[in-house]
Write a protein that binds this ligand. Structure first.
Ligand code: PLP
Length: 429
């Protein structure tokens, strides 16, 4: 009996009983991340199971097209994580563009913002972040540029765009390539353009805590068809079989025996699973609702938390997609993070350090090739006084209010009159 027949019999006998249903977990009262899944995602997985084809195929292709259309980009290449998306962008700069030298990055980002830079033979060139936006401080980039600088890789932190007017100006003046680590900022907009589509290429993550969730998953959006073809080859062993017939990277002969085993780039295997592609299409349809809920939570967060003498929140440029809610303790609460974190833990409010903090302080730095220009004052403040709590697709305004009350209870100086003493702040959308 073949495996196919055994499967068919098992399916007939067990039918729907074989379907695995998710168990709703009891977690913290206010978690860092919220599931955006429902029955539709399970049905999408089932559709892939029904085809018995689990490796990258038509569902991934369809999701790529939908994602590119949604964010106004001509090309999308899906991969198995946001980290892999960064890896492909950096390998594109190294192998296709033949760049060498150093790449300017903000000193607050994510570990796998930085590692692909090193892994591709570039030197990290760290610049401090802006004390208000927590994104790369554009006033410090020019001083950091060296004769070897070849690119800038800003990170759009926590759903918030960088100042791309200034960054693009600097890139033009110094002939630098621009790639965006946009893994935290799907849906953010800068001057009418989605972040992740502003430079040569931009990365996205679909990990559980992110804006949409495909189990693991990531995407690169890029402007140029040849770049997309190159990354499609890098994504899968360096082979050319996923390239279109009109690719400049390799002209297919039509003979599958050859075409399927031609290796044209020094590739990896960072392909996504077909199930992730199918889930991605479902999640993308839900995105407007998810986004709106995140923004509504954010409006309330901003009302409560902005312009307080005892903390700072992120200053928004453009329209934020509100990945999470960052807080940097200030004034009378500066230096008291440990006590506050303990109180939040006790109240079931999950929290964590603000992104990578000052990455120069991480032990791995001893192994990385880098330069760092000037003081990292803003990053040090984030390192010592920053943390974030979750945002997501549920109404968490009650949790946000409790968060505020707990933090407020550590202040000696009392609130003038209740929580209603707020000025509205423009947060976009
Ligand atoms: C800025 C940034 N870059 C890259 C990544 C990596 O994404 P992934 O977890 O999908 O590998 C993350 C993950 O949170 C991130 O925040």
């Amino acid at each position: 009996m073949t495996i196919g027949i055994v499967r068919k019999i098992a399916k007939t006998l067990l039918g729907k009983a074989t379907k695995i249903l998710p168990v709703k977990k009891v977690g913290p009262k206010y978690p860092l991340a919220f599931s955006t899944w429902g029955d539709e995602e399970l049905e999408a997985i089932q559709r892939v199971i029904d085809t018995d084809m689990y490796t990258m195929g038509k569902h991934v292709k369809q999701f790529e097209q939908e994602f590119a259309d949604k964010f106004g980009s001509p090309h999308a290449v899906m991969v198995n994580s946001g980290s892999s998306a960064n890896l492909l962008m950096l390998s594109l700069l190294k192998w296709k563009y033949k760049l060498k030298g150093d790449i300017i990055v903000p000193v607050v980002g994510w570990a796998t913002t930085y590692f692909p830079v090193t892994q591709n033979g570039f030197r990290l060139n760290f610049v401090d972040v802006d004390p208000n936006t927590w994104n790369i401080d554009v006033t410090k980039i020019r001083d950091a540029i060296t004769p070897e600088t070849c690119a800038i890789m800003p990170v759009n932190l926590l759903g918030n765009s960088c100042d791309y007017t200034e960054i693009k100006k600097i890139c033009e003046e110094h002939d630098l390539k621009l790639i965006e680590d946009n893994c935290e900022s799907m849906g953010a907009v800068y001057q009418g353009k989605h972040t992740g589509t502003i430079g040569l290429a931009g990365s996205f993550s679909f990990f559980f805590s992110h804006h949409i969730q495909t189990m693991e998953g990531g995407m690169v959006l890029c402007q140029d068809k040849d770049d997309a073809d190159y990354m499609r080859s890098l994504r899968a062993h360096g082979w050319v079989r996923d390239l279109p017939a009109d690719s400049h990277l390799y002209k297919k002969t039509g003979n599958a025996f050859d075409d399927n085993f031609i290796f044209a780039t020094p590739g990896y295997n960072v392909r996504p699973l077909e199930m992730s592609g199918a889930i991605g299409s479902v999640q993308l349809k839900k995105w407007p609702g998810i986004e709106q809920r995140r923004i509504d939570n954010a409006k309330y967060f901003v009302e409560l938390f902005h312009e307080k003498p005892f903390l700072r929140i992120q200053q928004i440029i453009g329209e934020s997609s509100w990945f999470t809610f960052g807080i940097v303790l200030d004034g009378e609460l500066k230096g008291r993070r440990a006590e506050i974190v303990k109180a939040l833990d006790e109240a079931g409010i999950q929290n964590r350090p603000l992104a990578s903090r000052n990455f120069l302080k991480q032990p791995v730095m001893r192994d990385l090739d880098y330069i760092a220009s000037g003081e990292m004052t803003a990053a040090d403040d984030i390192h010592d006084n920053g943390f974030f709590v979750g945002n997501g697709s549920e109404d968490i305004r009650k949790n946000i209010k409790e968060l505020y009350s707990i933090i407020r209870s550590f202040c000696k100086i009392k609130e003038p009159r209740g929580l209603g003493n707020v000025k509205r702040m423009l947060i976009g959308k």
